[in-house]
Structure formats: structure tokens, C-alpha cells
Write a protein that binds this ligand. Structure first.
Ligand SMILES: *[C@@H]1O[C@H](CO)[C@@H](O)[C@H](O)[C@H]1NC(C)=O
Length: 352
């Protein structure tokens, strides 16, 4: 009995070591998660399912929990796609980052068209309540509000800000906290990677929310980055952490201007090591999520003309040098092979 227990413990320990999971490695550094974005569409690919199982400890729905999908017309809720993602996550022991409840984009026209403050408040409350209630207890972090700032640090002129002012944020967090107190509640934004008016505005807002007693737990820095431009990420993450909230890198990708070549893939490896290392080095940074599993499924191709190959796995779902950069940041003793990732998946030729 004793022998077999010891043996199983050994086999388990060996197995988890051999699997080299990013999720396990970041957990060993005291962090909550190393995740990836996915959804019902990308989960149709067996490689995406396999890599989520083998490598990652959390998943974020890339689109399926956005307002236009969840409540496409007033009062009609559709959880088919988000249920599929949640079911997969639960079956495979993956934590879930909920994304996102109140956001100006991918928002149906009927919401934008509202001009009555009380009507918008009631709708926002019902949307948050209905969505969070469905997954109550299953979502370890929720992006309650997303992308409230313009680049110059002013509030984005969303229907929420227009009718309710800054306090739409307070309201959203208060509702969220009352619906699912077990979830960590986040505000999330992009371009918090360098100094300037946007991150200054975010830090100012976080201070006011805390002063007003708003139940916010964390701030997500999306970190949609450009190759070779990651040097200021760590200092800005540290500034966000100084607010006393937890921080997370929530949508990491590092896009490469085409044509992709070996030197750029090695630069990307260094950049991933830098950024993941930035989170590791900040006690308040609880985890990292990359915005997709394989380059093939990344939003970058369709969004940033001339940019490509932003993720850890290539078009054929083979590890890129970037993966070794993450492993190095997570403290694994890996031999970095600059040749790995070259010549597969057609990375060099699909920049359009
Ligand atoms: C959420 O909905 C339930 C059921 O309709 C209701 O009892 C509860 O008060 C609502 N909570 C909030 C915060 O709106």
C-alpha cells in the first residue's frame, strides 16, 4: 500500500514534470494562471484542445461572452457559445477568465441607441446579473469593464460614460460583486505598456475607485505588443501594482511585421521572456494570458495589416522560439535552440 502510494506519487510528479506545462511552471512561481484565449470555433481544432490541456491552466473566451453574442437583441440571451467554452474548461480543469461585461465595442446597436439614463442602468444591471449568474462560482476573474479610456487619457465617449458618467464603472462593479462574490473583479485596457496619459488616467481612476470603496480587485493590462517594443512594460506593470490592486497580463501577443524571419522570431523569444519575466518579478502580478493558442487563429492577421505570427505556437501548432522565451522566464532549465520553429507553418509567407 505504502509502496504503491509512493510509486504513484513518483509517477505523477514525473508525469507533470515531463509535460512541461506552462500553467504548472507559473504556479510554481506562486502565480494563479498561464492562460490562452479560445472559443467554440477554435476548439474545433484538436490541436487547440490538446495544447490547452497540455500547456495552459486557464482559458479566456475570445468573443463568446461579449455583449453582442450574449444578448444580441434586447432581452434575448444566447449562451450557446459561452457554454461550450465553459464546459470545455470545467471538463479539463481549466480556470476561466470572464471577458467582458461592460464594453463600448462588440455592443449591439440597441444599447448604443439608449438615451434614458435609468433605462441604461436597468439594462446594464440585468446584463451583468444574467451573465454572471449563469456561471456563478466558475469564473475566477471577470473583466467587468473594458477599455474605458482614449489614448489621451480622456474617457471614451461610450453610451455608458455619456449617460452615467464615470460612476457607470462603480455601478458595474457593485452589481458584479453582489452577483458573484467569489470572482475577482477586473478593469481591463490596452496600451498600458508605456508611460503616458492613458496609464496615468487609469492609475488616477483606480485611486478614485478605491477611495469610493468600489469592489475592484484587479487591473488587466492587455499587452497587445509589437516586436522589439516591450522595454517599458515592466515599469508600467509595477506602477499599476503600486495601486495595491492585483494585476494581470490578460491578452498578451507580440506581433511581427512581415516578412517574418528567423532573427525576428528570436527577438520575439526575447520579448516574451522579458514580458513574462516582468510579471514573475512583480508580486502583485497574478498571471499571464496569451490571446490565442496558435498564430493561425490570432486576431492579428485580420486587424493589423502587415503584421503576423504573434503567439507561442505557429500555424501548424508547433512551438516557436517564443515558447522557449516563456519557459526561460518561468525558470525552467531549457536549452534554447534558435533553430526551433523555423521552416514550419509558413510563418514567413502569410503576412497579408
Ligand atoms: C439578479 O437577479 C435576481 C433574479 O432576478 C434578483 O433576485 C437579484 O436581485 C438581481 N441582482 C442584481 C444585483 O440585480
Amino acid at each position: 500500500m505504502k509502496f504503491s502510494t509512493t510509486l504513484s506519487a513518483f509517477v505523477l510528479a514525473f508525469a507533470s514534470f515531463a509535460q512541461a506545462q506552462l500553467g504548472d511552471k507559473i504556479a510554481a512561481k506562486g502565480k494563479a494562471n498561464f492562460g490562452a484565449a479560445a472559443d467554440a470555433n477554435t476548439l474545433q481544432n484538436a490541436n487547440v484542445q490538446r495544447l490547452l490541456q497540455e500547456e495552459f491552466s486557464s482559458v479566456t473566451p475570445e468573443n463568446s461572452m461579449k455583449w453582442e453574442v450574449i444578448q444580441p437583441s434586447l432581452g434575448t440571451f444566447n449562451f450557446q457559445q459561452s457554454d461550450a467554452l465553459v464546459d470545455f474548461a470545467v471538463e479539463n480543469g481549466l480556470d476561466i477568465r470572464g471577458h467582458t461585461l461592460v464594453w463600448h465595442s462588440q455592443l449591439p446597436a440597441y444599447v448604443d441607441a439608449i438615451i434614458d439614463k435609468d433605462q441604461l442602468l436597468a439594462l446594464m444591471e440585468n446584463h451583468i446579473n444574467t451573465t454572471m449568474s449563469r456561471y456563478q462560482g466558475k469564473i475566477f476573474q471577470w473583466d467587468v469593464v473594458n477599455e474605458v479610456f482614449e489614448e489621451d487619457g480622456s474617457f471614451r465617449n461610450s453610451v455608458f460614460f455619456r449617460l452615467l458618467g464615470e460612476e457607470f464603472i462603480d455601478t458595474a462593479f457593485n452589481i458584479a460583486a453582489s452577483v458573484d462574490p467569489s470572482s475577482k473583479l477586473y478593469i481591463n485596457d490596452f496600451n498600458l505598456d508605456g508611460p503616458g496619459p492613458k496609464i496615468d488616467a487609469m492609475i488616477g481612476l483606480l485611486g478614485r475607485l478605491q477611495t469610493r470603496g468600489v469592489p475592484i480587485d484587479g487591473v488587466g493590462s492587455q499587452a497587445h505588443l509589437i516586436l522589439g517594443q516591450v522595454g517599458s512594460v515592466g515599469a508600467q506593470l509595477a506602477r499599476l501594482a503600486e495601486t495595491g490592486l492585483e494585476v494581470a497580463i490578460t491578452e498578451l501577443d507580440i506581433r511581427i511585421e512581415a516578412p517574418v524571419d528567423q532573427a525576428k522570431l528570436i527577438q520575439q523569444q526575447q520579448d516574451y521572456q522579458t514580458v513574462v519575466g516582468d510579471c514573475i518579478g512583480i508580486a502583485a502580478c497574478v498571471g499571464v494570458t496569451v490571446w490565442g493558442v496558435g498564430d493561425k487563429d490570432s486576431w492579428v492577421d485580420a486587424t493589423f495589416a502587415g503584421f503576423d505570427s504573434p503567439l507561442l505556437f505557429d500555424d501548424g501548432f508547433v512551438k516557436k522560439p517564443a515558447y522557449a522565451g516563456v519557459e526561460a522566464a518561468l525558470g525552467a532549465s531549457v536549452v534554447v535552440n534558435p533553430g526551433s520553429g523555423q521552416g514550419n507553418g509558413g510563418d514567413g509567407g502569410n503576412g497579408c
